[in-house]
Design a protein around this ligand. Structure first.
Ligand SMILES: N[C@@H](CCC(=O)N[C@@H](CS)C(=O)NCC(=O)O)C(=O)O
Length: 206
């Protein structure tokens, strides 16, 4: 059985959510802490120190969405929009949008938020990064808001990995600081995704 390396609230949530949607299981190894600096055993598996990683036999996969795609394909799941379906290009676009475009300003905010022992000059720089990231995020959410006009899901009229990809940063956007960035469609979409039993079960994994 494949093994997933997981930290609650990390991007391994996407993988657990995918598994719950499919009704499939893997062995889950919960590391409990940020592994990058503290877990030599994990660094031997993934020298980049990022989560998640999946080991399946002699294969290791590191990117959360590559792992989701790998597992969904192996189970023949319609969470993947197949190459011969009309909305395949939109599927790939939104699959990448969740990580490469929506998540990046959030990651920048989290990264500068971890800086300790700040001087006033550093704080001014951090505030500038935070303001810039927030502005990017607000612009990037506008495209999502537009896409959701008349749609319950992002592509193909059904739940796909694109929704799981975008659902991960949307989950973070529940914090009060961010509520004003989401328009009415993105707010309702976020609530629909997070209410899915598969998401609820995945998010409850320790
Ligand atoms: N694009 C990668 C990003 C992986 C990533 O940055 N994961 C975070 C946790 S959500 C992490 O491991 N951060 C630790 C670090 O930045 O060193 C993916 O989707 O798997």
């Amino acid at each position: 059985m494949a093994t997933l390396f997981h930290v609650p609230t990390s991007r391994s949530l996407r993988v657990l959510w995918t598994l719950e949607e499919i009704g499939a299981t893997v062995e889950v190894k919960s590391l409990g802490v940020r592994p990058r600096l503290h877990e030599p055993e994990y660094l031997a598996i993934n020298p980049a120190g990022t989560l998640p990683a999946l080991i399946d036999g002699d294969r290791t996969i590191y990117e959360s969405l590559a792992i989701c795609e790998y597992l969904a394909a192996r189970h023949g799941s319609d969470l993947i929009v197949a190459p011969d379906e009309p909305e395949r290009p939109e599927f790939v676009q939104w699959l990448l949008y969740g990580e490469a475009t929506l998540q990046t300003p959030l990651s920048a905010m989290a990264r500068v938020g971890r800086i300790r022992n700040k001087t006033p000059e550093m704080q001014a720089g951090i505030d500038a990064v935070l303001a810039d990231a927030r502005h990017s995020l607000s612009m990037r959410i506008k495209l999502l808001e537009q896409r959701l006009d008349g749609r319950d899901f992002l592509v193909a009229g059904r739940m796909t990995l694109a929704d799981i990809s975008v659902g991960y940063p949307l989950n973070t956007l529940g914090k009060p600081d961010f509520a004003s960035l989401l328009g009415p469609r993105a707010t309702a979409y976020r609530e629909r995704l997070l209410a899915r039993p598969a998401f609820q079960r995945a998010a409850a994994m320790p």
